[in-house]
Design a protein around this ligand. Structure first.
Ligand code: HEC
Ligand code: HEC
Ligand code: HEC
Ligand code: HEC
Length: 400
């Protein structure tokens, strides 16, 4: 996804739309993270010419990370980046290379908490009007994974860069070492004919599958049935969803059937191609997860620079703060639906996520900035580990 950051047609469309809508005031805001090297080298200013920029400068390149020398603030890429002859890394005694020297760096060592700040420098976006729009690093720093003392400590790299034994360089005499995957799957997928797009998609599916733990409780209260669903974010070291959570669409689908398998009640059943916000409009009880970005007057803000505030409804990671600390947030959340007069024989629950909401894409298609073909390519993932079923039969059996 880092190589893709400046190829992403949605990024390019959103940037082009933004430059036009703001009369160029957006400037280099977007490329400072999506194409930092092209910006630093003067190959682009506002990202509108990215297609003409030489490929080695596009996106979050090797040097974009490996020449970060210090992190000033963990947001808006506030780093000191030095294009000198040294690459920063975590390897002990690297082989000499004619291409570049090597400098040991704690920022690049995933075994240390400092390395999360390197990722956080870009994975935390504060808009030009001061809104904390993407908060992945902030969320992580409030989670138990950022705790220095406990065994649970996990940096961004511990989860996103799994290690294996292999050679760090394809040269004669290179030793076997611990090397680390740079695939970094999250939830977004390449929508273009990008190298290894299918592998990426499979890795994303894998990461998503075990992220949320679902508990389902179905109870007869005489005049009807109550369905309680409880969710816990058990594998993401930040919110679920995170990052561009204002563009993400995650939701809970609950379906109740009678003994003949006919659907008698449901919530969150979304057709392919149907924007989630249209479903929320007719189904106010739908349980969605993400950020709702608003303008000053409370109406929907579809784009970055219009956002005045954000209503967060993401599943937080287990907190590192005790419950009496103001920064504590409850990670175990539940919701109950009341099915008056109904007694289902079977209830199924599943969680779905779209990396980018179709309504976001529709806006960019309508403005003429995005080719509609990308809308068809936007996947909807189902978190396979979230699928949970209750049947009256199994409940009966349990009672016996
Ligand atoms: C998003 C930031 C980022 C980008 C982009 C990136 N790296 Fe890395 N790379 C890291 C981090 C962090 C580590 C250290 C992992 C550790 O050892 O804890 C690393 C480790 C390495 C290592 C040491 C061996 C290993 O796997 O641990 C090599 C070699 C390397 N990177 C080369 C590259 C090359 C070549 C590219 C571009 C094709 C690249 N990196 C792009 C962050 C990045
Ligand atoms: C120079 C800025 C920068 C740095 C530093 C950086 N990233 Fe990223 N990262 C990005 C951008 C930009 C994207 C999004 C590309 C896109 O979707 O257009 C991204 C995408 C990702 C994704 C995929 C997101 C998704 O929605 O699927 C993951 C996971 C990720 N980065 C992890 C990391 C980790 C771990 C580190 C630290 C080792 C790191 N990043 C450092 C800029 C950065
Ligand atoms: C405990 C493991 C863990 C840690 C620590 C962790 N992540 Fe993740 N991350 C995940 C998993 C699992 C997913 C996939 C599920 C999901 O989409 O939330 C994910 C997803 C993402 C995504 C996709 C966004 C989205 O909506 O889900 C980004 C971006 C990301 N991580 C960046 C980071 C950064 C940056 C850090 C450090 C500040 C970090 N992660 C720390 C496990 C982790
Ligand atoms: C501080 C760094 C930073 C800045 C500034 C930034 N981005 Fe990003 N952007 C990221 C990171 C990191 C990701 C990956 C996180 C994720 O996918 O959840 C991302 C992901 C994206 C994505 C793909 C995911 C999605 O759902 O939208 C788009 C499109 C995008 N950015 C557009 C923009 C545009 C347009 C701007 C300028 C208005 C911008 N970004 C400014 C860091 C940044």
């Amino acid at each position: 996804m880092h190589a893709y950051a400046a190829e992403d047609p949605v990024f390019k469309a959103m940037n082009a739309y933004g430059q036009r809508e703001t009369d160029g005031a957006l400037g280099d805001f977007c490329v400072q993270c999506h194409a930092p090297v092209a910006l630093a080298e003067g190959a682009t200013f506002d990202g509108q010419n990215l297609d003409d920029v030489s490929p080695p400068l596009r996106g979050v390149t090797c040097t974009a990370c490996h020449q970060i020398d210090s992190v000033e603030e963990p947001h808006n890429n506030a780093t000191t980046w030095i294009p000198d002859a040294w690459f920063r890394g975590a390897l002990d005694r690297p082989m000499p290379s004619p291409a570049h020297g090597h400098q040991k760096s704690v920022l690049h060592d995933r075994d240390g908490l400092a390395s999360s700040a390197l990722c956080g420098s870009c994975h935390d976006v504060v808009t030009t009007s001061g809104v904390r729009l993407e908060r992945t690093y902030l969320e992580w720093s409030h989670s138990q994974y950022s705790e220095a003392e406990v065994d649970l400590q996990q940096t961004c790299g511990s989860c996103h860069m799994p290690g294996r034994d292999g050679k760090a360089a394809e040269v004669p005499g290179a030793p076997e070492r611990r090397i680390h995957s740079h695939a970094m799957p999250g939830v977004d997928v390449a929508l273009t004919d990008f190298p290894e797009a299918e592998t990426q998609r499979a890795l994303v599916q894998d990461a998503l599958d075990s992220t949320v733990w679902v508990q389902l409780d179905v109870f007869d209260y005489g005049a009807g049935t109550g369905i309680t669903v409880a969710l816990d974010n058990i594998a993401a070291g930040h919110g679920f969803p995170s990052g561009a959570a204002h563009d993400r669409r995650a939701w809970v689908e609950v379906v109740a059937r009678d003994a003949s398998d006919a659907v008698i009640w449901s919530s969150g059943t979304v057709e392919d191609g149907e924007p989630l916000r249209s479903v929320i409009a007719r189904e106010p009880d739908l349980w969605w997860l993400g950020d709702w970005a608003r303008k000053e007057d409370g109406s929907d803000a579809h784009v970055f620079w219009e956002v005045a505030y954000v209503e967060a409804a993401t599943l937080v990671a287990p907190s590192r703060f005790p419950p009496d600390d103001p920064r504590y947030e409850e990670a175990h959340v539940r919701r109950t639906w009341d099915l008056e007069g109904l007694s289902p024989a079977r209830v199924d629950v599943a969680i779905h996520i779209r990396p980018i909401g179709l309504e976001v894409l529709d806006l960019l298609i309508a403005s003429g900035d995005l080719d509609p073909v990308y809308r068809e390519r936007m996947p909807t993932f189902t978190l396979e580990g979230s699928r949970t079923t209750w049947t009256a039969e199994s409940e009966e059996a349990e009672r016996e």
